[in-house]
Design a binder for this molecule. Structure first.
Ligand code: CMC
Length: 383
């Protein structure tokens, strides 16, 4: 047994996986061998889900059957919708509301008591969770605005249906394509913190709901999924300050602030997902004739890329540096960015849990004990 301490499990191999691979040195991401660039531009999120869960890209017939199964599961029980409204009324944060409501969905799952080793039931539950999370999130947002939920439309794609449930209006083709691309880009990413959290939970043979709820919790932090909202807040701060973006960023760094949307545990070059979203941001900004966020992000990126200290540490833009401004162009409120990440990443969490449980080994590392060893116990009334 090695006593070498690996803080943050950095670089530690804990499993084998055929799902996704991140090459941080060259900035390449593949899902089951397919380059993220091809999937983002050529495949739908439904195809990507099929790929992750079934191991192969679907044929047209397979995809139609899979999509029909997913579409049949978008509705959520009225009790869950009522809870979602109560959470909105209580001022709950969207990510926490999504976590609570996703957990509650299990009470209405027809296979909630299925044996943990029943793979088909686990996959069915995964499909229900993935289909219902967007419904829950859209209903929460509408409740916050004092609006009734919009029923899902099974004739729409996964991406279009979410935007429709959010606004009550069918999105145009560009919004649908953009949102679908964002879902694909966030669907999986190796053993990131939330996927590992879901996997640890799965390794106890707990069910898919528990893993997804744990994943949402892990994703909510600012070092992981929460960074997309932080980036947008920074862009607003820059705007409100009326400073030049470069001056703002210089002052922020002098004040010891970390720049959200930069840096990654694995990537030492610009994240390939950031390249794709940047291109999307450019298209959206130019067609809307509103290039403010594009100008700010470009100025900040150019300035930081000239910093040799950061370059030496491999600090480059990650996916979150561009996703917020893309969502802003779609009219999505800032505090939904991280829950949208969860809605997409649920597909990856479920895939990893199922894959790991096929050849399960309880995940149970150790900590080096640094506490006292021979403390003398004193009864409570004598202390
Ligand atoms: N701005 C300025 N300096 C940074 C940043 C940043 N965003 N990120 C890392 N550094 C520096 C850090 O100060 C440290 O310098 P030094 O060695 O001199 O102390 C060095 O780079 C290494 O940092 P670290 O925290 O040890 O690196 P890590 O691998 O633990 O951190 C990270 C990865 C993502 C937590 C970190 O880069 C970060 O906090 N970034 C901002 C938050 C963010 O954008 N998160 C989204 C990640 S991508 C989406 C996702 O997977 O969820």
């Amino acid at each position: 047994m090695s006593d070498e301490l690996k803080r943050g499990l950095e670089g530690v191999l804990v499993a084998e996986s055929g799902l996704s691979h991140v090459d941080g040195e060259v900035g390449k991401l593949v899902y089951r061998g397919y380059d993220i660039d091809d999937l983002a531009h050529e495949a739908t999120y439904e195809e990507v889900l099929y790929l992750l869960w079934n191991g192969e890209l679907p044929t047209r017939t397979e995809l139609d059957a899979f999509t029909a199964e997913l579409d049949a599961e978008h509705d959520v029980h009225d009790d869950v919708l009522e809870t979602v409204t109560q959470l909105a009324d209580a001022g709950e944060r969207p990510m926490a509301a999504l976590r609570t409501a996703t957990s509650m969905l299990s009470a209405y799952d027809p296979e909630t008591d299925a044996d943990a080793e029943d793979r088909e039931a686990a996959l069915n539950k995964g499909r229900r969770i993935t289909a219902k999370m967007p419904t829950v999130l859209a209903a929460f947002e509408r409740a916050r605005q004092g609006n009734a939920p919009v029923d899902p439309d099974p004739d729409l794609s996964h991406a279009a249906n979410f935007l429709y449930m959010l606004t009550g209006t069918e999105p145009d083709a560009v919004s649908e394509e953009t949102f679908d691309m964002a879902l694909t880009l966030h669907a999986d990413h190796g053993l990131n913190a939330s996927t590992f959290a879901a996997m640890v939970i799965g390794s106890t043979m707990a069910d898919v709901y528990s893993g997804v709820v744990g994943g949402i919790g892990a994703l909510s932090g600012p070092l992981h999924g929460g960074a997309n909202q932080d980036v947008m807040e920074v862009l607003h701060e820059v705007d409100d300050s009326a400073k030049d973006p470069v001056q703002w960023i210089t002052d922020a760094r002098d004040a010891g602030r970390r720049i959200p949307g930069f840096g990654h545990r694995v990537y030492k070059v610009k994240d390939p997902r950031a390249h794709i979203l940047e291109e999307k941001l450019r298209d959206l900004s130019e067609s809307a004739d509103d290039t403010k966020w594009l100008e700010y992000t470009t100025a900040i990126e150019e300035y930081l890329s000239e910093d040799e200290g950061l370059a030496e540490k491999g600090i480059a833009p990650n996916v979150d540096f561009f996703s917020g401004s893309v969502y802003d162009h779609l009219g999505i409120p800032m505090d939904l960015y991280t829950p949208i990440f969860a809605v997409s990443r649920a597909g990856g969490w479920i895939a990893h849990m199922l894959e790991y449980q096929e050849d399960n080994r309880l995940i149970r590392p150790r900590a080096r004990y640094t506490g006292a060893t021979d403390a003398e116990f004193v009864p409570i009334d004598e202390r």
